[in-house]
Design a protein around this ligand. Structure first.
Ligand code: 5AD
Ligand code: SF4
Length: 471
C-alpha cells in the first residue's frame, strides 16, 4: 500500500469554514427570501465534467442553489482546461466577460479551478490581470471550496496558492447532471508523461481510490436508477498500482459488472501499453461491460510514437485491436489522434491515414498539436507550420468520415438496444440515445430519458444511426 496517499473521508463538511459558509447562506436566505445561487461553468473533458459535479455537490451541501446562469450567481466558478492553447484562451476570454458582474454585485465570489489554474504562471496572471477573481486553485477544488469561500466571506485576502496534494477526498457530495448515467472516478493523475501532454503536470501523480469506495459508489448509483456507469481515470489500465499488489483494473471491472441490476459499465481512458489480454478477456466475459473501447493511438507512425514517449509500436497496437475483435467482433473502437506533432513528415502522416484504414475506427477525436509550455515536445525541433497541420487535419477528417459512414451503414436493418437520453437537442420531434457501443441513435417515438429501447436502424451517416422503436 502506498502510505503517502491520504484517503480523506470527510472533505471539510463539518469543519468551521463549512459552518461559516452555511451560516452566511442561511442569513442570505432569511434576508432575501431565496437561497443564494452558485454557478459552475465547465470547460474541457469528461474528467472536468465529473469534477464540476462534485463542486456543485459541495456548493449545495453548503447551502447554495445551483444555476446555469452566471448573472444570478453569488459564487461563480470556472472549471478550466489546459490541454490545448485554444482551450486556455477561450476560458480567459469567458472569465473576462463576467468582469462587469463584480461591479454590480461586489459580494459575488469568482473562483478559477481545474487544470489551467493548476499552473503557477497562469495563477500569477489571474492574480495580476484579473483583479475581480477571488481565488484560483486546481482540479481537486471540490474538497477545498468551504475554506476558499469562507475565507473570502470573512474578508480575507484573495488566494492564489495551490499545491498538488497527494489526497483523495472521499464522501464529497456529488450533484449529478443526469439521473440515468454517471461518472465514477477510480483514480486521479497520470504518470505517463507523453511528451505533448500537460496533464501529469496539472493533475499530479497517479493515485487510485480504494476498491471498496468505488464499488459502494457504483452500488448506490445502480440502486438509485443509474443505467450507465463510466469508470473514469487518465489511465484506467494502471488502476491499483501502488495501492494493491494483486488487484488491478480487470479485477475492478469484473467486480463492478458483478453488481446486481440492469446497467452497463464503460471506462475511459486506456493507455495502449497497459491494455492487456486479461482486460479483453474480462470484458468479453462480462455481459454488463459495454462493447466500446476507447484506445488512443495518437499517431500511426512508430517513429512519432517514440518521440511522443507512448511506449508502444503501431504493430503492437494493431495486435491488441485484433485480439479485442477476435473476442468481441461487434465492439465499437474509438481513438484520439494528434496531427502535426513536431517532426511529423508527410510519410509519418500517411502512416496515420493508413492506420485509420486498417483499424477502421467507429469514431475519432482528432486534434491539431498544440505546444504546451513546460512539456518536452514544446522544445522539440521541427514544429509544424499551421497551414500544413490544418491541411493534414482536413485530410484526416475526410478519410475518417468515409470510414465512420461505412461502419455505421453496416447497422442498417439491425435492431440496436439504446439507452434513451430524452429529446434530441437539435430537433424537438426526435429522441436521442446511445447504443451499447456508444453510438448516437435517433428515433421519432417519445421515450423517457433512462429507458432502454430497441431501435431498428433504417439510415446512417458518419455521425449517427437513425431508426424506429420496435415496440
Ligand atoms: N496538443 C493536441 N492534442 C493534445 N492532447 C493532449 N495534449 C495535446 C496537445 N498538446 C490530446 C490527446 C489526448 C486527448 C485527451 O487530447 O490526443 O489523448
Ligand atoms: Fe496525457 Fe499521456 Fe497521461 Fe493521457 S497518458 S493524460 S496523453 S500524459
Amino acid at each position: 500500500m502506498n502510505e503517502s496517499i491520504k484517503h480523506i473521508k470527510e472533505y471539510e463538511a463539518n469543519g468551521s469554514p463549512a459552518l461559516a459558509v452555511r451560516r452566511w447562506c442561511r442569513e442570505f436566505t432569511d434576508r432575501e427570501g431565496i437561497s443564494p445561487y452558485a454557478c459552475v461553468l465547465t470547460f474541457g473533458c469528461q474528467q472536468n465534467e465529473a469534477d464540476s459535479e462534485k463542486m456543485r455537490g459541495v456548493l449545495c451541501d453548503l447551502g447554495y442553489a445551483i444555476t446555469d446562469d452566471p448573472n444570478m450567481a453569488q459564487v461563480l466558478l470556472f472549471n478550466t482546461c489546459a490541454v490545448r492553447d485554444h482551450a486556455e484562451k477561450k476560458v480567459l476570454s469567458v472569465i473576462g466577460q463576467y468582469k462587469h458582474l463584480k461591479a454590480v454585485r461586489p459580494s459575488l465570489i469568482i473562483g478559477v479551478c481545474g487544470c489551467m489554474s493548476a499552473q503557477a504562471e497562469r495563477r500569477e496572471k489571474l492574480k495580476r490581470s484579473y483583479p475581480y477573481v477571488d481565488f484560483a486553485t486546481g482540479p481537486a477544488a471540490a474538497g477545498k471550496l468551504p475554506s476558499l469561500i469562507a475565507s473570502r466571506l470573512g474578508g480575507k485576502k484573495r488566494s492564489f496558492d495551490y499545491t498538488e496534494e497527494n489526497e483523495i477526498f472521499e464522501g464529497v457530495p456529488v450533484k449529478r447532471s443526469e439521473d440515468f448515467r454517471a461518472w465514477v472516478n477510480i483514480m486521479h493523475g497520470c504518470n505517463n508523461f507523453c511528451t505533448y501532454c500537460i496533464v501529469p503536470y496539472v493533475r499530479g501523480r497517479e493515485r487510485s481510490r480504494r476498491k471498496e469506495d468505488i464499488i459502494d459508489e457504483c452500488r448506490e448509483l445502480i440502486a438509485s436508477g443509474v443505467k450507465d456507469i463510466t469508470l473514469l481515470g487518465q489511465n484506467v489500465n494502471s488502476y491499483g498500482r501502488g495501492l494493491y499488489e494483486d488487484y488491478a483494473f480487470p479485477d475492478l471491472l469484473r467486480d463492478v459488472c458483478s453488481l446486481e441490476g440492469d446497467f452497463k459499465v464503460r471506462f475511459m481512458t486506456s493507455h495502449p501499453k497497459d491494455a492487456t489480454d486479461e482486460l479483453f478477456k474480462v470484458m468479453s466475459e462480462c455481459e454488463k461491460a459495454a462493447r466500446h473501447f476507447h484506445l488512443p493511438l495518437q499517431s500511426g507512425s512508430t517513429r512519432i510514437l517514440g518521440l511522443m514517449n507512448r511506449r508502444y509500436t503501431f504493430d503492437g497496437y494493431l495486435e491488441k485491436i485484433e485480439k479485442m475483435r477476435a473476442l468481441m467482433p461487434d465492439i465499437t473502437i474509438t481513438s484520439d489522434i494528434i496531427v502535426g506533432f513536431p517532426g511529423e513528415t508527410e510519410e509519418d502522416f500517411e502512416q496515420t491515414l493508413e492506420a485509420l484504414r486498417l483499424v477502421k475506427y467507429d469514431m475519432l477525436y482528432s486534434f491539431i498539436y498544440s505546444p504546451r509550455k513546460g512539456t518536452p515536445a514544446a522544445e522539440m525541433d521541427g514544429q509544424i507550420p499551421k497551414e500544413i497541420s490544418n491541411a493534414r487535419f482536413s485530410r484526416l477528417l475526410e478519410l475518417q468520415n468515409e470510414i465512420a459512414r461505412e461502419k455505421n451503414e453496416a447497422y442498417i436493418g439491425k435492431v440496436v438496444r439504446v439507452l434513451c437520453e430524452g429529446e434530441s437537442k437539435t430537433d424537438a420531434d426526435t429522441y436521442a440515445g446511445r447504443s451499447d457501443g456508444y453510438k448516437t441513435v435517433f428515433f421519432p417515438e417519445r421515450r423517457d430519458a433512462g429507458e432502454y429501447v430497441d431501435v431498428r436502424i433504417e439510415r446512417a451517416d458518419a455521425f449517427a444511426l437513425y431508426g424506429r422503436c420496435e415496440k
